[in-house]
Design a protein around this ligand. Structure first.
Ligand SMILES: Cc1cc2nc3c(=O)[nH]c(=O)nc-3n(C[C@H](O)[C@H](O)[C@H](O)COP(=O)(O)OP(=O)(O)OC[C@H]3O[C@@H](n4cnc5c(N)ncnc54)[C@H](O)[C@@H]3O)c2cc1C
Length: 344
């Protein structure tokens, strides 16, 4: 049995784990490490500190399937729709731009992280560990020695990296020296937008009376998107109040990128009051800085993966190797899996 470490419990990492479990059941021991306290990555769902049943999606909002991807990834869509993890978006969204004819938009009634949780559950037997921040990867014997912050290193036969590309480039140990000049240039050219997200949680009796479930804002320097998250997801729960998510514009995100969240949060709240003066006082607020939000320039030619060494295998994937959405992550995970399959 080969011991495979997947770094990152986001969508790409969780699909990689699921494909390995389903397609190579008796060949691998799967271990997933993530530096966060839970799964999801940029598809994370945050809970109110005062009422865990009140949730908000701070990152990805919808799953938008173009006719092409709906066809080539139909098995992924069918599986999630059959289990009610995905449901068609029916709530009104103001000023949503459609990049193409025939796009189907879906929401996740239980929060967008339910997609990632589904794939981790389907990786039955995989050891998934949080608070594991990988810092160094060294070649050792016929495999890899992987170190994480504040813990003992462990040995693996294969390592899969699925974090944003700048975080791959920050890894120490042998990763840097294994990269060819051309590979390094390609990785260094990858860029991401940055933005902030605010999650606002309300008490059960709070009412937010607006005719939309989400809207794109174009006349505010700070705010780009607002969703009444429970309404967007078509939820109606009596023991839980509404929740609102606010995304800032990218220029605002970049301007305030190096500031502390407690400095930026009041600025966003001040702008929100201008856009929605009728909003009641929230019960609690969560502020998230997305330093690596969506890929603005991916690895040239979108290869889906990059193999840094074949023997022992060290391979990178994630939306930086395709594009930033559900289908981009599936595409990357499938490419990573092809490499794993031919090496295991
Ligand atoms: C604000 C926002 C809005 C978006 N809107 C949409 C949308 O509407 N629809 C859509 O389809 N997509 C959307 N996206 C994009 C989508 O969320 C991403 O494309 C997708 O989640 C990327 O998944 P991933 O697994 O490749 O990377 P990630 O989700 O970033 O997962 C990587 C994981 O690696 C972990 N990690 C990083 N470094 C280390 C380390 N050193 N050691 C251990 N673990 C580490 C991280 O904690 C993270 O969990 C949005 C993203 C953002 C931020």
């Amino acid at each position: 049995m080969s011991r495979v470490l997947i770094v990152g419990a986001g969508l790409t990492g969780s699909i990689c784990a699921c494909l390995l479990r389903r397609e190579l059941p008796n060949k691998v021991n799967i271990v997933v490490w993530d530096k966060s306290r839970g799964s999801g990555g940029r598809m994370s769902t945050s809970r109110s500190p005062n009422n865990p049943s009140c949730t908000v999606d701070l990152g990805a909002q919808y799953i938008s399937a173009t006719p092409y991807y709906a066809r080539i990834h139909s098995s992924f869509y069918e599986e999630l729709l059959a289990q009610d993890i995905l449901k068609p978006l029916v709530a009104p969204v103001e000023d949503m731009m459609s990049k193409e004819e025939g796009i189907m938009n879906y929401v996740t009634p239980h929060g967008v992280s339910s997609i990632v949780k589904h794939y981790l559950k389907e990786s039955a037997g995989a050891e998934v560990l949080y608070d594991r921040h990988v810092t160094h990867i060294h070649r050792k014997d016929a495999g890899w020695e992987v170190c994480h912050k504040g813990g003992a290193s462990q040995q693996f036969d294969v390592v899969v990296l699925t974090m944003p590309v700048p975080q791959i480039l920050q890894l120490q140990g042998d990763v840097g020296s294994l990269m060819g000049e051309n590979q390094r240039k390609k990785l260094e050219a990858v860029s991401y937008s940055s933005r902030y997200a605010l999650g606002l949680f309300y008490k059960a009796d709070a009412r937010i009376d607006v005719p939309w479930a989400a809207k794109y804002v174009s006349n505010n320097p700070c705010i780009r998107f607002i969703a009444i998250d429970d309404k967007k997801r078509n939820l109606a729960s009596k023991d839980c109040g509404p929740s609102v998510v606010v995304h800032t514009s990218v220029p605002f995100g970049i301007k305030h990128l190096e500031e502390e969240k407690n400095v930026v949060q009041p600025i966003i709240l001040g702008e929100l009051e201008k856009v929605m003066p009728e909003l009641p006082e929230p019960d609690s607020i969560k502020c998230q800085k997305w330093r690596y939000s969506q890929v603005t320039r991916s690895v040239a030619d979108c290869p889906g993966q990059m193999t840094l060494l074949s023997q022992p295998l060290l391979v990178c994937g994630g939306d930086g190797f395709t594009h930033s959405n559900f289908d981009g992550c599936i595409e990357s995970a499938l490419k990573v899996f092809d490499v794993l399959k031919s090496s295991l």
